[in-house]
Design a protein around this ligand. Structure first.
Ligand SMILES: [Fe+2]
Ligand SMILES: [Fe+2]
Length: 343
């Protein structure tokens, strides 16, 4: 069991020989685990713990009417949730797949250099998980505000969403979803990683912590794009038809707001069930959520298009239904013009 491959069957029998250019040559000089100090949280003047625009429930009139202290408390909980999400993501989704790659158990024949670099990703991610957990503990101790909801049995929403997605794969392909989740989560550019380091309303330690993480993730992004370039040609046409249509659900699993966690916190400030539903639906209108996800995933959608994933009709319609690509008109479908333009 422990030695099982992510993608089953003899790896040598699958097409391989993809190119790889390492971005980890100067890892010792660049990795945050080597170069950055432990970030220490200190109470600073007025400001936010998390950008309100990235947690729009706090801008809703029903919530704003509860006063500034309530809003500040919710933003602190959102920071805790982000840190908890990070620790879970690294431990459940990224470290296991990077470990399998490093030990030659991905089911793909990958360049030796790529396997060696996977060890560095494992180390980076273990550090990210550790510093996120450590930082949440520091903030809770310093502010005296406990972390609420992090011990709920379901955990962050992406965990349940990924479990559901795994169930949709044929038994013989279970395991390959780990590679898919790794590719998706590591190549998405989240608003959090890009916006928080530049947001001077936030405590400086929060910005530095997220900046440390974002810099490492730049290297991981390039790496997992290479994983995709090696994975897709190695899948049989039938495997591609099974995996491809699930990619949009994997993207949504990572980028869609965690409605349950938000509901929990809104309940915590005394909102009724009806008020919670109203705040959630009006703060995250479905159309807007789809549009934001489509924009955040546009580069990743292009990567899937480049490896030919969207050549399969069911995969293409799954991307179209999720709003990740424009729905092609019938006339375009019969032409040879490239149509997989991210919406
Ligand atoms: Fe990370
Ligand atoms: Fe990463």
């Amino acid at each position: 069991m422990f030695k099982e491959q992510l993608l089953r069957g003899p790896a040598e029998a699958r097409p391989h020989g993809g190119e790889y250019t390492s971005r980890f040559e100067r890892w010792d000089a660049l990795a945050s685990v080597r170069r950055r100090p432990r970030r220490e949280f200190e109470v600073e003047g007025p400001g936010f713990f998390f950008p309100p625009e990235l947690y729009p429930v706090v801008l809703h009139p029903i919530v704003a009417a509860r006063g500034e202290a309530v809003v500040a408390g919710l933003l602190l909980q959102r920071l805790y949730d982000y840190l908890d999400f990070t620790t879970e993501l690294e431990n459940l989704a990224v470290i296991p797949v990077a470990t399998k790659i490093s030990r030659g158990r991905s089911g793909l024949v990958l360049p030796e250099r790529m396997r060696a670099d996977a060890h560095k990703i494992v180390t980076d991610e273990a550090w990210h998980a550790q510093f996120s957990d450590d930082f949440a503990r520091q903030v809770a101790t310093t502010t005296g505000c406990p972390r609420l909801g992090v011990d709920l049995p379901a955990g962050p929403a992406f965990v349940t969403r990924l479990d559901e997605l795994r169930q949709r794969l044929p038994h013989g392909l279970r395991g390959v979803e780990s590679l898919l989740f790794g590719i998706v989560s590591e190549t998405l550019i989240s608003g959090i990683l890009s916006d928080i380091p530049r947001d001077d309303r936030l405590p400086s330690a929060v910005r530095e912590l997220v900046r440390d993480h974002a810099e490492d993730e730049g290297r991981h992004h390039v790496y997992f794009r290479s994983v995709l370039k090696n994975l897709w040609p190695a899948l049989t046409p039938s495997e591609r038809r099974d995996v491809g249509p699930l990619v949009p659900a994997a993207i949504h699993a990572f980028l869609e707001p965690d409605y349950n966690r938000a509901s929990y916190h809104l309940g915590g400030i005394g909102l009724s069930r009806d008020e919670i539903d109203q705040v959630i639906s009006e703060s995250w209108p479905a159309r807007e959520v789809r549009q934001n996800i489509s924009e955040a995933a546009s580069q990743l959608t292009r990567y899937f298009s480049e490896v030919g994933a969207l050549d399969d009709a069911r995969t293409l319609s799954s991307f179209e239904e999720a709003g990740l690509v424009r729905i092609a008109h019938e006339s375009e479908k019969t032409s040879h013009a490239p149509r997989e333009v991210p919406a």
